[in-house]
Design a protein around this ligand. Sequence first.
Ligand code: HEC
Length: 285
Amino acid sequence: MSTTMSFRSSLLRPLAVAALAFGLAAPALAADGHGTPKPPREEWSFAGPFGTFDQAQVQRGFQVFKEVCASCHAAHLFSFRNLAQPGGPSFSEAQAKAVAESYQVQDGPNDAGDMFDRPGRLSDRWPSPFPNEQAARASNGGAYPPDFSTLAKARTYEVGFPGFLIDIFTQYQENGVDYIHALLVGYEEPPEGFALPEGAHYNKYFPGHAIKMPQPLSDGQVTYTDGTPETLDQYSRDVTAFMMWMAEPHLEARKRIGFQVMIFLIIFAGLLYFTKKKVWKSVGH
Ligand code: HEC
């Protein structure tokens, strides 16, 4: 009797340890403690090993950024000339120049030692809406609208076990854009009994739910010229794709070169194998 018991417990022990470990990890799995749901996974043209940006979408996203988000959010790594680079919105140089010239940029000092404003050039950085962080906070109820330059790659959400392992194999890398899209469409009325701090707005996907950014987009707000539906969901997708390009302008090149390197390595491995056979041919086993 006691031998069977100890046999059984020795079998069960690893299971018990695994269960305990899982139990400890479980709170982390169940969202992030604020009852924040996981953002749904969306379809993105740039996902997967052969992903590329949808040029028309990124151009629309730029329009949304320029007309809506750029009045609060800066993008200090972004220059007008980037608009004409391949692998993104890929505007013509003349179009990018026209955008640049529609902004006034501070330059100087001139010979008299004064700063002056002049129309933007391709080499200029995207002008920030506020002169400094303090001014940005003062206008936004104390919250700082984060810089867009790398935001799509800087934001993510907890996937937990075993999802994060599966994601490695399915090459899921769109956590940031899924979160931002969900955030933009995730404004709701606060549930009964939720104490919303003053100046904050309830968002289903924002950790803690109280966000200082008022809902930036709504149906029909931006006029598209290519017949794409002017809906909140569409705007959110487009601007998020644009933010992804901004955060990783060389994404297409990275994926293309990555694939070429894999092909090269496979061929190279074959060559090495036959070279090895030839070099050692005359040596007996
Ligand atoms: C009226 C000003 C304003 C506008 C317009 C605005 N934002 Fe914001 N945004 C903010 C502020 C303020 C925050 C910081 C919120 C906080 O920390 O509570 C923020 C935060 C964010 C965040 C980060 C959320 C996080 O997880 O930290 C994202 C993403 C974002 N905004 C996207 C956008 C997009 C996309 C647009 C344009 C469609 C936009 N915002 C337009 C003020 C604005």
